[in-house]
Design a protein around this ligand. Structure first.
Ligand code: F6P
Length: 461
């Protein structure tokens, strides 16, 4: 196979601080064989970026990164990617702040990424770009003369045409996505919405998964991402000896643990979830003193106003719920903005009686899959899952809820807390079978195979 070049905003250079690609690095681990290259932002802001990418080799993989100026980062990442595209793609038009200068900044950073990567490429390389930061990247890399296969995967949701049209540069974005040979989405619904956008906004012809435009064709398909379920399950078992997991387990004093783990992001539905927990204690007072809800939500993107506002709101809500329901020796809601290592999270999921995954909108949500993989088969917990997470398309045996309805979440928590063991086991086994089957490895293989198969689509439109 030709060399694979992965491109993403963040790059998981082993041991580099501030440059982690988090879940992406885990999802793509199987592809990181010697000879592979990973290109993107170094995580550093400098006043004068070096003219050439910095190269680091680790275990045969080449990591090539570029620095950004604070100004470029502001327009590209804070302004357009996270101030406009992120809210739009999460169905939050009211939070979308579009500014032309941010879009220009977004284009410039993509242009400089393409300009920096092009000289490092060989003609038969296969390039796989990730996520909404890199929509115009393929067009720009083509303009730099690269003629190999170019794939793109969108980790977040996609919206229907009626919503995308609110974005002033919607046509440019859809046209730029069509410059890739293959575009992958988390669910069939998102892939279909994208094809509909190409048809309505660009007048493209759609034939099944194929979009025909300007004498070429691009395939838009669903390739749901997964986790390395086997190793996560083992990690969860091993984590029984993790000090923090032991401390949390001990502090429960036999009470049930409901657990949520999310980046602090308005798409995750955290205020509704906090509200729901308060409702549970009001509507079903038998759970008072019998449950702890632990919400771990590491702070995120604090350069963006909406994220700072969310933090203030969660602080207020947590105070209100605990003020109202606590006892002198029982605090119902534990809320921490500290990040925890993956192995500790695995152990915490394992002792969770309820996993709360209630985003208002989410591409996939791997916490849902991790919670399932971590559960003990003989006495499993129950997953409460938003109908608007991509994971709900697959994990239908979870308790599926509308995340905008705190009462529905509260009722599902009650149902989970009172569910007889045989039903918990039956649901869990069905969920686990799916999580074990739709793994990260399967996701990568499907994408790479589909990308290899697009070899001549650019000339045979
Ligand atoms: O969900 C999309 C995503 O890009 C994830 O892949 C990633 O873990 C997360 O957002 C992190 O965002 P950021 O790079 O802005 O911190």
């Amino acid at each position: 196979m030709a060399r694979l070049v992965i491109v993403s905003n963040r790059v998981p250079i082993p041991k580099a601080r501030g440059a982690s690609a988090g879940g992406l690095a885990v999802a793509l681990r199987d592809l990181l064989m010697p000879g592979t290259m990973w290109f993107g932002w170094s995580g550093r802001l400098v006043s004068e970026p070096a003219p050439q990418p910095a190269i680091v080799e680790a275990r045969g993989v080449t990591y090539a990164t570029v620095d950004l100026t604070a100004e470029a980062h502001r327009g590209f990442y804070v302004g357009f990617a996270n101030g406009a595209l992120w809210p739009l793609l999460h169905f939050r038009l009211g939070l979308m702040h579009f500014r032309r200068e941010d879009y220009q900044g977004y284009l410039s950073v993509n242009q400089s990424f393409a300009g920096s990567l092009a000289p490092l490429l060989q003609p038969d390389d296969t390039v796989w770009a990730h996520d909404y930061h890199l929509i115009p990247f393929a067009r720009m890399l083509r303009e730099e003369g690269f003629d190999g296969r170019l794939g793109f995967f969108l980790h977040v949701p996609f919206v229907p045409p009626s919503m995308l049209e609110a974005m002033p540069v919607a046509r440019e974005l859809v046209a730029d996505l069509c410059a890739y040979d293959l575009v992958g989405f988390q669910t069939e619904e998102h892939a279909r919405d994208f094809r509909d956008c190409a048809q309505r906004l660009l007048g493209a012809r759609v034939d099944g998964e194929w979009i025909r435009l300007d004498g070429r064709r691009v395939r838009a398909f669903a390739d749901p991402i997964g986790i390395d379920a086997q190793s996560f399950a083992q990690e969860a078992e091993r984590a029984a000896s993790d000090k923090l997991v032991q401390r949390v387990a001990g502090s429960l004093s036999g009470r049930a643990l409901a657990i949520g783990v999310d980046r602090m992001d308005y798409s995750k539905g955290l205020p509704h979830r906090f509200e729901a927990f308060g409702r549970l204690l009001e509507k079903h007072p038998e759970h008072k003193r019998a449950i702890h809800f632990l919400q771990i939500c590491p702070r995120s993107r604090e350069e963006v106003d909406e994220y700072r506002k969310l933090r203030v709101e969660l602080d207020r809500l947590a105070g209100r719920i605990n003020g109202r329901h606590s006892d002198f020796d029982w605090t119902p809601l534990r809320y921490s903005t500290r990040a925890a290592p993956r192995s500790t999270l695995a152990g915490l999921y394992r002792i969770g009686r309820i996993g709360l995954v209630t985003p208002l909108r989410d591409g996939m949500n791997l916490v849902a899959k991790e919670f399932v993989a971590a559960q003990p088969d003989e006495d499993p917990g129950v997953l409460v899952l938003s109908q608007f997470a991509g994971a709900a398309q697959e994990l239908t045996e979870a308790l599926i809820v509308n995340p905008f309805d705190p009462d529905a979440i509260a009722d599902a928590m009650h149902q989970g807390l009172t569910m007889p063991a045989p039903e918990r086991r039956e649901r869990h086994m069905a969920l686990k079978e799916k999580v074990m089957r739709t793994t990260a490895q399967a996701y990568c293989r499907r994408f790479i195979d589909a990308l290899q198969a697009t070899s001549f689509t650019r000339v045979a439109a």
